[in-house]
Structures are given as structure tokens and as C-alpha cells.
Design a protein around this ligand. Structure first.
Ligand SMILES: [Zn+2]
Length: 562
């Protein structure tokens, strides 16, 4: 047993993890407020089925009906149009997130919800330039939701379509028009879509009968000019990078990877299903996060798995959301959950917000303390009272410091296949035991993330932390390990399996700042620790949160005053 040199462990995390640096100018509260008013406009816009605006001005004419013969040029852009992201980061543009000063309680309404926008109509009309995506998605959406049966469909001239080399592939819930040559990966897309519909129904609690007539038109474009010439790509649409949805239609540009093409199809399909079947899709973080959650999938042997947690990047070529979060975090641009929830519609002109919204929805869906409240949001998707996110936050507010702490642990260590259940921080109830004249002992599981020892270490104290036991860090082949780890494999710069320690200070956690669990040190089998700021000792072995499931065994820990 070797003894490591004495080191000090204290709350350096505040230095290691500064506040995210924004590349924009400071934003005043008033500016922030108005940004959120505009986001509120989107929320309302999302609630409005876009086809309404396709044929009429949003506010000036009565809603069209399904029997309308053909769409006339609209005078305002569609309201519930949604786009999908580029699959690689764009050059930085002005961020759309404003963060309250540290240590200040967010305002009562958090700027998280929506309310009726007071923005003037930007007046896009015939003869004017096409709106860009942000402008389009930020339109006031005062029009009431329209039942799917009343939502007009875009007129499709089949002869003209065929003359441009565009063929039609029909499934039960999707007519897919494409100018791409026949291939299994293209021609099976309607099957993929049809398999998605019952899964959307199940998650969003929509009876199958209600979705029986749910049938969208999708345009998979090799050459957008073909679709424009065939009248299938209205000039009023924004110049979207990859995908776009409004009303009963969506458009997807051809992709290099079969995976990402399907991903976009399912992403736009999720928008369509939510807008048409639920009457809305919620604010940007929820709408885009759910589209990403359901877009991230596995397709193998005719089986579709949605809400997939890809175990490695090879299963999802072109997607890259995990890498984006890792890169953002490494660049000190980690976002809190509230940051993500404050995204406005313009944020989604860049790819990073899609990654953050996916991560937020994945986390909230799988983290036990938030799961039920998050699932319940499906019933609020059409909420137009403006308190969608605020009400969600208020419901979880008492637990928010712990939720935020877990979120930071998740995003700082995000990996493909991250095992959120196993990586949950395990706290102990009851008063912590003081390590003093009497040594204190604890048992740590090898297959879990941070675990409280229940042992309190005092400020300025010196402690000997000894760990013993043999445990398994891989099943096939079975791989035994001891608390010093194995030095032929490293994870995050430390030997795989080495005992890691951190002192968690409740005050810091409750202040909503970076958790001190991010300030860990390798302890190995024996470590003489000098504590600067006291707190409860937390331990875990050093391994990827994606690889905990094949671990087994326990480590006995003894803490004494030398
Ligand atoms: Zn989208």
C-alpha cells in the first residue's frame, strides 16, 4: 500500500469552472425581458397550426378549412414552422441566452414562459424578401389552434411533380416525395415513419383512433430546384439548413448519412405530430428537445427504437450532440438547465442549442426526481397561457439545487451511452458522522457514480483515507481491480478504477453554483488529505458513466485522523 503525498482538497471548483463566458455584449434585464416576450410569441406561434397561415394572414382573415381549393400566397409567414439543425456547428452568432447574475434568485416568471407577444408584425408580404428562420419563428402567433381536420394541406400537382423526376412513396402516415433514386435506405423511410406514429401516440397519450388519419407529406430533396419548380417548395419558406415543418408538410434536405436522414425525418415528424395532434409543441427548449429526443433513434432489422441513447458515435453518424456538449463544456460554455430553458427561437439557427435541448430533455426524462413532472408536460404542449416552463420550474423548485447539481455532473461527464441511473449522486440521509478520535468506515459500490460516505470532514483537518477491496471493472473478460486503479488504462487522465474523492459542501450546492463534486482528486488506496473547507466526503471509482453496468463489488473505506 503506497501512501500518496498530502494534498489539499477544497472548493477550487469555483476557479476551475468560471461562469460561462458569453461572446455577446451584456444584456440588460429589459432587453432580456423583451427577448422573452419574443420567445413568448414563438410559444404562441407553435401552438398555432401553420397551415392556417399558409392560406391567410394570421390575424386578419377567418381560418381556412380543409376544403379550401388551393393555398393562396400568404401575407404573413407561418406560425408553427419548425426547423432542424445543421449537423455541424455554424460560426458563432449572437447567443440567445441571458443568464441572471450569480446568486440572484431568478424572477418569479423566470422569463421562461410565454405570453402574448406585443411585437409588431414584421410585415413580410408578397414581393418582399423571404424571412430568415429566426424572423419566421419569432412571429406573433395570436391565431387560435386549428383542429387537424381544419388544417389545409399544401396543394400538390402530381403531374408537375412527376415531370420534375419527383416520385412518391406512400406509407400509412406519410407520403414521401423525393427526387432521389430508389434505394432501400430511402424507400423504407415511410415504414420508419409509420412505426414512429404509435410510439408518439404512446408517449404523448394520444389515442390511436385520433391518429388514424394523421398523414403528413414529406419532401426529401436531392435538388431543391426540382421541388421549387414543381411548386412543392414555397418561396415563402425560410432558407432552412436541413429540415423544416409546417402544417401537414415537412421538408428535408438530402444528407450524407442514412442515419441523419432518418433522424431529420423523425425530428420533423415529431414537430408535425405535436403541432397537429397536441395542438402545439411548447417553448423552444421543449419543442426542439423533444424532436431531438424522438429523432435520436436506432433502426435495425425493421425495428425502430426512439429516445435512443447511442452507446457510441458509430451508430449515429452526423448527429454529434454528445461531442458538442463535451466541446462546449471544455470551452467553459456549459449551460445550466435554466439557461437551456431560456433559449429563444433564434437560438436554433445554430447547432449547439439542439444539442443542449436534447441533453436537457434526455436528462429530465431519465432523472427520477424530474421524470414525472417532465412527462406531464406533454399535456401542456398547447398551453398558451405562457407559464409552461415557469410552472414546471415551480413544481420542482424545492429540489432544483440537487437537480442542477446532477445536471452539471451529467453534462460535465457526458459520454455516448451515459448511464444516468447508475451515475446518480447517492446522498445519505441523517446527520453525517464526524471523523475524529474514532475512525469512521463506509462502503462504496463499484458500479455507481458519486456516493456519500456519510462522513464529515472538518475544515483545516487532516485525514488518512484508506480503501481496500477487490472489485470488477469489466465483465468480459472479467477484470479485477483495486483502489489504486489499473495504469494500463486511463479515464479522464487518471488510472481506470482508481478511488476518487470530493468534498461536497451543501452550501455550495444549494447556492446553485458549480458543485464541488466536480473538484475531485484521485485518492487511490491510501491518501493523506488536508481539508481546507469541510464537508461530507463523497467517493466513486474512476470510470466512464457509460461503463458502470459491468462493474461489481465493493470497496471498504476507512477515514481516520493520523
Ligand atoms: Zn426542429
Amino acid at each position: 500500500m503506497r501512501e500518496r503525498s498530502s494534498q489539499a482538497l477544497h472548493a477550487r471548483c469555483f476557479l476551475l469552472l468560471p461562469e460561462p463566458q458569453r461572446v455577446t455584449e451584456p444584456m440588460s434585464c429589459l432587453r432580456t425581458f423583451f427577448l422573452w416576450r419574443s420567445a413568448a410569441g414563438l410559444l404562441l406561434a407553435v401552438c398555432c397550426v401553420a397551415g392556417l397561415c399558409l392560406a391567410t394572414g394570421c390575424q386578419s382573415e377567418p381560418p381556412p378549412t380543409a376544403s379550401a381549393p388551393a393555398a393562396r400566397p400568404r401575407t404573413t409567414p407561418p406560425a408553427s414552422a419548425r426547423n432542424t439543425p445543421p449537423n455541424r456547428p455554424a460560426p458563432p452568432v449572437k447567443p440567445s441566452v441571458a443568464k441572471p447574475p450569480r446568486g440572484i434568485e431568478p424572477p418569479a416568471n423566470l422569463g421562461l414562459g410565454g405570453s402574448e407577444s406585443t411585437q409588431p408584425d414584421t410585415g413580410f408580404g408578397p414581393g418582399r424578401r423571404s424571412p430568415n428562420l429566426g424572423e419566421l419563428m419569432d412571429q406573433p402567433g395570436a391565431a387560435p389552434a386549428v383542429a387537424p381536420s381544419k388544417t389545409p394541406r399544401m396543394a400538390i400537382d402530381q403531374a408537375k411533380t412527376a415531370s420534375r423526376g419527383i416520385r412518391k412513396i406512400s406509407g400509412k402516415h406519410l407520403d414521401l416525395y423525393t427526387d432521389l433514386p430508389a434505394s432501400p435506405a430511402i424507400d423504407e423511410l415511410t415504414t420508419v415513419f409509420d412505426l414512429a406514429v404509435p410510439k408518439w401516440c404512446a408517449y404523448f397519450d394520444v389515442p390511436a383512433e385520433k391518429a388514424a388519419d394523421f398523414r403528413m407529406s414529406g419532401f426529401l430533396m436531392g435538388d431543391a430546384n426540382n421541388f421549387r419548380a414543381a411548386g412543392l417548395l414555397p418561396g415563402s419558406l425560410p432558407n432552412f439548413p436541413n429540415g423544416f415543418q409546417q402544417g401537414w408538410e415537412f421538408w428535408v434536405r438530402e444528407q450524407e448519412d442514412d442515419y441523419y436522414r432518418r433522424h431529420l425525418l423523425l425530428h420533423e415528424g415529431t414537430h408535425g405530430f405535436m403541432n397537429l395532434m397536441l395542438g402545439g409543441a411548447g417553448p423552444p427548449w421543449y419543442s426542439e428537445g423533444m424532436a431531438e429526443l424522438f429523432g435520436t433513434h436506432r433502426w435495425e432489422n425493421g425495428q425502430l427504437t426512439m429516445q435512443y441513447n447511442p452507446p457510441d458515435k458509430t451508430e449515429t453518424p452526423g448527429w454529434g450532440r454528445v461531442k458538442i456538449i463535451r466541446d462546449e463544456t471544455a470551452q467553459q460554455r456549459a449551460l445550466s438547465l435554466l439557461d437551456v430553458m431560456r433559449y429563444d427561437s433564434r437560438a436554433h439557427l445554430r447547432v449547439e442549442p439542439y444539442a443542449w435541448c436534447w441533453a436537457a430533455c434526455y436528462f429530465l426524462e431519465h432523472y427520477p426526481p424530474t421524470r414525472q413532472a417532465f412527462v406531464d408536460l406533454r399535456a401542456q404542449a398547447a398551453d398558451r397561457q405562457g407559464d409552461f416552463t415557469s410552472a414546471f420550474y415551480e413544481k420542482l423548485k424545492p429540489q432544483w439545487p440537487e437537480i442542477d447539481e446532477q445536471w452539471r455532473i451529467y453534462t460535465q461527464g457526458i459520454e455516448y451511452g451515459y448511464d444516468l441511473e447508475r451515475a446518480l449522486i447517492q446522498h445519505q440521509t441523517g446527520p453525517a458522522r464526524e471523523a475524529g478520535a474514532q475512525p469512521q468506515e463506509a462502503v462504496i459500490q463499484a458500479d455507481r457514480g458519486w456516493q456519500s460516505t456519510g462522513i464529515m470532514l472538518a475544515s483545516n483537518g487532516r485525514y488518512l483515507i484508506e480503501s481496500t477491496g477487490s472489485f470488477q471493472i469489466a465483465r468480459e473478460p472479467a477484470w479485477k481491480c483495486e483502489p489504486n486503479g489499473v495504469t494500463i488504462h486511463y479515464y479522464e487522465g487518471q488510472p481506470l478504477g482508481i478511488m476518487m474523492g470530493a468534498i461536497r459542501m451543501d452550501e455550495a450546492a444549494l447556492a446553485g453554483g458549480p458543485t464541488t463534486l466536480l473538484n475531485s482528486v484521485p485518492l487511490g488506496s491510501s491518501f493523506l488529505l488536508t481539508v481546507q473547507q469541510g464537508g461530507v466526503l463523497y467517493l466513486k471509482i474512476n470510470e466512464s458513466p457509460a461503463s458502470l453496468a459491468d462493474n461489481a463489488g465493493q470497496i471498504q473505506v476507512r477515514v481516520s485522523v493520523p
